[in-house]
Design a protein around this ligand. Structure first.
Ligand SMILES: Nc1nc2c(ncn2[C@@H]2O[C@H](COP(=O)(O)OP(=O)(O)OP(=O)(O)O)[C@@H](O)[C@H]2O)c(=O)[nH]1
Ligand SMILES: [Mg+2]
Length: 182
């Protein structure tokens, strides 16, 4: 009987204390956006992830926080859609492959082009330097100047080095996201 009351209380508590954050995950193709959503959603890591066509939408529940996630495709033909999915979200997550330094210029260009949209002024930005399990990856102190994150002054910006493969730093990333919930 006590167990029944406890679960009834948990159900009521979830109704009153549950919070949600809507986030858009963007970045160049193969940076690891879908891997990120898969790993935080179901703990599933795979080398073989199908490139996203247009977008996927997924809800992930972590404690009393529900994350509503737009996982948007990164191939060039889909990048003009990024703004639409970022509009009105609580946070933009920009994923970059920190082991692929040749693509940093393109990543910086696409990120700043997006953030220049008047509709997105003030939306908090989280940059994930993914694939830090790969030797030679750029750490945060190199990503900040490479992506000119220090020049962004119209919104809160955070940057973490992480790995979907080893799940390194995902706890900090989830904490940051849950703090955007309301
Ligand atoms: N070594 C390593 N590989 C990763 C990591 N995260 C993702 N990958 C691999 O990178 C490749 C691309 O991952 P996706 O998650 O499909 O990338 P995406 O950003 O969703 O790509 P698009 O949907 O095409 O925009 C896959 O082979 C993943 O297994 C990581 O942390 N470490
Ligand atoms: Mg994808």
């Amino acid at each position: 009987m006590a167990g029944l009351f406890a679960s009834f209380f948990q159900w009521i508590a979830a109704l009153f204390f549950s919070k949600a954050a809507e986030i858009a995950v963007i970045g160049l193709q193969a940076s690891g956006k879908t891997s990120f959503v898969n790993v935080i959603g179901s703990g599933q890591w795979s080398e073989e992830v199908v490139p996203t066509v247009a977008f996927n939408f997924r809800k992930v529940r972590k404690g009393n926080v529900t994350l509503k996630i737009w996982d948007v495709a990164g191939q060039p033909k889909f990048r003009s859609m990024w703004e639409r999915y970022c509009n009105g979200v609580d946070a933009i997550v920009f994923v970059v492959d920190s082991s692929d330094q040749e693509k940093f210029n393109t990543a910086r260009f696409e990120l700043h082009q997006l953030l220049g949209q008047p509709s997105l002024v003030g939306v908090p930005l989280l940059v994930l330097g993914n694939k830090n399990d790969i030797e030679g990856h750029a750490p945060v102190k190199e990503l900040i100047p490479a992506l000119q994150l220090d020049k962004i002054n119209d919104r809160p910006v955070s940057c973490y080095s992480c790995s979907m493969k080893s799940q390194h730093n995902l706890d900090i990333v989830l904490k940051w996201l849950s703090e955007r919930s309301h």
